[in-house]
Design a protein around this ligand. Structure first.
Ligand SMILES: NC(=O)c1ccc[n+]([C@@H]2O[C@H](COP(=O)([O-])OP(=O)(O)OC[C@H]3O[C@@H](n4cnc5c(N)ncnc54)[C@H](O)[C@@H]3O)[C@@H](O)[C@H]2O)c1
Length: 367
């Protein structure tokens, strides 16, 4: 496969700078187009990052400019439509999280990918730090013993102003609250480490913000290994932290950070009698933080070798499915198994199962 050289960014708002910075760190890559419905914003972004052209649509950009890969950095409701547009143009695609508003929308992207020369990769940057990759290999090899119990908490704080941005806090545009939009990073890493889950129960509430969606959710999950893990996703927690703690038979591994980690954010505690494992933990590659740069480096290397990206649609679907399961369990009050989220489920086509559970309360609050 010929190496990727030219990248366009669609959506030049907040997260686009993380993509531009990460891509600037890759050798042989040129940012060639900045695309935004807001052309003033696109021009300012292009000036800041030295990008030669600006456009109002991806199709216009592809007509004028040679593009190998497009990074979709727009609000969530446009992710799947833009990914399909890019795939029909034969481009490789990177989609910001969440990859789509629903499992059905993501499956439509997968159908477009099957007919395209392009491949899709989704941003889940926490998989790509050196420590997480080493932990995954230790878990897969069984070196830490069986996973037994864990916690996975995204405790963030977003004030009302944050939700007053038009696309936030609405099922039809953002797709969900902190489960789909914020905690998804943490439980993506959890799923990457522990593999498939078997059954999940959950609660979700709207306690403190005027939104249409939840502002907090809590799930209890049994993995196929038997491990039990609680997962909390909140945007109403004044002391912000992102934490994963996993207790294996032979060691406890903890990650405590906020929006990204480096080596110092990890703690490894061997069980009594298993102190030798500290040396195994120390064998990891150090100095590789999580983040967009690490994910892009891996993605570009995979594509250059003609290999599938590590976070392709199949992997991203498992994470989106976990979000859908959390909503389904919370909003129906019943435990959920993966097979429950089939095409007949109302949660297959919308994260709220078309129930819009807090509509009345939101209308009353004037949002
Ligand atoms: N991976 C992460 O750590 C991370 C962090 C923050 C945000 N995000 C995700 O990034 C995405 C964008 O978030 P943001 O905070 O940058 O949003 P933003 O509102 O700051 O920027 C979005 C931009 O997209 C443009 N836009 C909207 N629809 C468009 C379309 N159809 N075509 C072209 N341009 C369009 C808007 O004009 C705006 O400039 C969201 O999905 C969000 O969840 C990811």
């Amino acid at each position: 496969m010929k190496p990727l050289r030219t990248v366009a960014i669609v959506g030049t708002g907040g997260i686009a700078a993380a993509h531009a910075r990460a891509l600037a760190a890759q050798s042989g890559i040129t940012l060639v187009a900045a695309i935004d419905l807001d052309e003033t914003r696109a021009r300012a972004f292009a000036a800041e990052w030295g990008i030669a052209s600006t456009h109002a649509s991806l199709t216009d950009a592809a007509r004028d400019t040679q593009i190998d890969l497009v990074a979709i950095c727009t609000p969530p409701s446009s992710h799947a439509p833009l990914a399909i547009e890019a795939l029909r143009l034969g481009l490789h695609v990177v989609i910001e999280k969440p990859p789509a508003l629903s499992l059905s929308a993501l499956d439509a992207v997968a159908r477009a990918e099957a007919e395209s020369a392009g491949t899709v990769s989704c941003i889940f940057q926490h998989r790509f730090g050196g420590a997480a990759q080493h932990l995954r290999s230790l878990v897969a090899a069984g070196d830490l013993g069986a996973p037994l119990v864990g916690t996975c908490n995204t405790l963030w704080y977003r004030n009302q102003d944050y939700f007053d941005v038009p696309w936030r806090g609405k099922w039809e545009v953002e797709g969900g609250g902190p489960t789909l939009g914020h905690g998804i990073h943490q439980f993506d890493l959890l799923l990457h480490l522990l593999g498939p889950w078997q059954e999940l129960t959950a609660f979700a509430s709207k306690l403190a913000r005027r939104t249409h969606t939840e502002d907090v959710s809590a799930a209890l999950v049994r993995f196929e290994t038997g491990a039990l893990v609680t997962v909390i996703n909140s945007v109403i927690s004044p002391r912000e932290t992102s934490d994963i703690r996993l207790d294996f038979e032979h060691a406890t591994v903890e990650l405590s950070h906020l929006y990204g980690y480096n080596d110092a954010n990890w703690t490894f505690t061997p069980a009594p009698g298993h102190e030798y494992l500290a040396a195994r933990w120390a064998e990891r590659e150090t100095g590789r933080a999580s983040g967009h740069a690490a994910q892009y480096a891996d993605l570009l290397a995979c594509l250059a070798r003609g290999e599938a990206p590590q976070v392709g649609l199949h992997e991203a679907r498992a994470t989106l499915e976990f979000a859908a399961a959390t909503y389904a369990a919370a909003l129906t009050g019943r435990p959920v198994r993966p097979l429950d989220l089939n095409a007949n489920s109302p949660f297959y086509t919308r994260m709220d199962g078309h129930l819009d559970p807090w509509a009345a309360a939101t209308a009353g609050a004037g949002a």
